[in-house]
Write a protein that binds this ligand. Structure first.
Ligand code: PEP
Length: 252
């Protein structure tokens, strides 16, 4: 097993429907026995970032925003900036989630600009990449992931990568109940590392955490977590359920 710290993120997306319910989710985690070797990050909607930050009593758990614009301030109605997130004491931001890329038309270049701005503001980035079903069936998985990564490589220096966690999330596996096989996930993670090795450095390739996302649950987490190049998970649906604790403890 590698020396990279196991990382489990919970992407709550546009859930739950009240701040009271958000605090109940935090309470489950506060009371749970979590593997002390796992870094745990939960990502509530932006309005709940501060109440959730305040409700977390377990110091092992930190918070992530789900998005941030690349400008610091100005006439950008509806957006929040990385510096505002940082000032609120939130250490992470998820960028490039497939729902942002598809529903909100974020290009590789926009995701890369957001990554640059987040790093400049002192945030750590959970950078999502991944292919659609058509792209996988067309044999384009590696090309698509490399294209998404190369836009970020152009905006970063090798030292930035210690503040980036890559989340490989095949779009066809997100929220669909279709999980990539351990072999499919491991193979793509190896490809991601191979790309980082050529495009950035061998050190960045071996030290950057590459986590998997796409219908992870308590039933499949252990097998996936046993793969050499899978350094954790980004979890959507199951992060809203008590089984999230089992996923955090997948390597226990
Ligand atoms: C996600 O939204 O990042 C995700 C992986 O969702 P799910 O676990 O529900 O597939």
């Amino acid at each position: 097993m590698s020396t990279r710290q196991f990382f489990v993120g919970g992407n709550w997306k546009l859930n739950p429907t009240s701040v009271g319910k958000a605090k109940e989710l935090v309470e489950v985690l506060n009371k749970a026995e979590l593997d002390p070797n796992t870094e745990v990050v939960i990502s509530p909607p932006s309005l709940y970032l501060i109440p959730v930050r305040d409700a977390v009593s377990n110091k092992q758990i930190t918070i992530s925003a789900q998005n941030a614009y690349y400008k610091e301030n100005g006439a950008f109605t509806g957006e929040i900036s990385s510096s505002q997130i940082k000032e609120a004491g939130i250490p992470y931001v998820i960028l490039g989630h497939s729902e942002r890329r598809t529903i909100f038309h974020e290009t590789n270049e926009v995701v890369a600009l957001k990554t640059r701005a987040a790093l400049d503001a002192g945030l750590k980035v959970i950078l999502c990449i991944g292919e659609t079903l058509v792209q996988r069936e067309g044999g384009e998985t590696t090309k698509v992931c490399e294209g998404q990564l190369s836009a970020v490589v152009k905006q970063t220096k090798p030292e930035d990568w210690s503040n980036i966690v890559i989340a490989y999330e095949p779009v066809w596996a997100i929220g669909t109940g279709k999980v990539a096989t351990t072999a499919q996930a491991q193979e793509t993670h190896v490809d991601v590392r191979a790309y980082l090795s050529t495009a950035v450095s061998t050190t960045v390739a071996s030290e950057t955490r590459v986590i998997y996302g796409g219908s992870v649950n308590s039933g499949n987490a252990k097998d996936l977590a046993g793969q050499q190049d899978i350094d954790g998970f980004l979890v959507g649906g199951a992060s809203l359920k008590p089984e999230f604790v089992d996923i955090i403890n997948a390597r226990k």
